[in-house]
Design a protein around this ligand. Structure first.
Ligand code: AKG
Ligand code: FE2
Length: 264
């Protein structure tokens, strides 16, 4: 797994200058453009300096942008077990606030264009070792899938919201992208009250490959670490944790245009 140390870029007092922030952002963008399209940024900070992380992520969003362009919008959410929030079953995002395992998925899979950058900064891990992160890149996954399943997953037939159908796999070679969230598809299918057996079978088959994948990577995040991924090329999930777990993560989402530009 790729790990990048923030200390390499910091000045003698541990501070990150604007210049250093841009340098880290450029390095992170370069790393994320290559497979497996995710990495861990190690800050060794406790407590973690969230403003510093936001500055780096915003600089990634601006990387190679023309000067004077707008600051990228960054969404920030605390992820921790919250029984009140998790009781709100209105949409699939409530799963984040349960102590349950989250199966491999894309964030915002129902959006026309899901944000391509998702990051989780660990403030406080679960002391009992629950809530481990799991990552699987699309480029690794396709090696494990039979060809007929891959061609089916490339069809724009999978409902992620009412009237919105998308392919699960898109693009070729280095530019392979994935969009997947079983619960999101199930809830879209529920609204439409139609479900083709073919589609369900394909999804069940994909689900088995995801569960048994030899290429998914499971690891414990430590305080001060930030896992950063290209949400259009990598699926992520987590293992379960105790119901009273004090685990606290910060989730950031934004669009980083250079991650989506065509690659040679
Ligand atoms: O808790 C985690 O490690 C991941 C949570 C997650 O996937 C999400 O909130 O989108
Ligand atoms: Fe997620």
């Amino acid at each position: 797994m790729t790990r990048l140390n923030l200390a390499q870029f910091a000045g003698p007092n541990g501070q990150l200058s604007i210049e250093a922030t841009r340098e880290i952002a450029a390095e992170l963008v370069a790393l994320l453009r290559a497979a497996p399209h995710w990495l861990v940024l190690v800050t060794e900070q406790n407590p973690i300096d969230l403003d510093g992380i936001v500055n780096v992520l915003v600089a990634m969003g601006q990387h190679n942008a023309t000067t004077g362009s707008e600051l990228p919008h960054i969404s920030k959410t605390k992820i921790r077990v919250d029984s009140k929030q998790s009781a709100r079953h209105g949409n699939v995002t409530h799963y984040s606030r349960t102590p349950d395992a989250l199966p491999l998925h894309t964030d915002c899979s129902n959006k026309a264009v899901p944000p391509n950058l998702v990051a989780f900064a660990m403030e406080r891990p679960d002391p009992q070792g629950g809530g481990e992160s799991v990552m699987l890149s699309a480029s690794d996954l396709v090696h494990e899938l039979p060809e007929d399943l891959v061609s089916l997953l490339r069809q724009p037939i999978f409902p992620f919201a009412a009237k919105k159908r998308y392919p699960i796999l898109q693009g070729e070679g280095d530019d392979l992208r994935i969009r997947y969230y079983r619960q999101q598809i199930n809830s879209a299918l529920g609204e439409q009250c139609t479900s083709s057996d073919n589609l369900q079978e394909a999804l069940d088959e994909l689900e088995r490959y995801l569960e048994l994948s030899n290429r998914s990577v499971r690891f414990a995040m430590h305080t001060g670490e930030v896992v950063i991924m290209d949400n259009q090329r990598v699926l992520h999930g987590r293992s379960a944790m105790p119901a009273n777990s004090p685990r606290l993560m910060h989730r950031f989402r934004l669009s980083v245009p250079v991650l989506s530009t065509c690659r040679e």
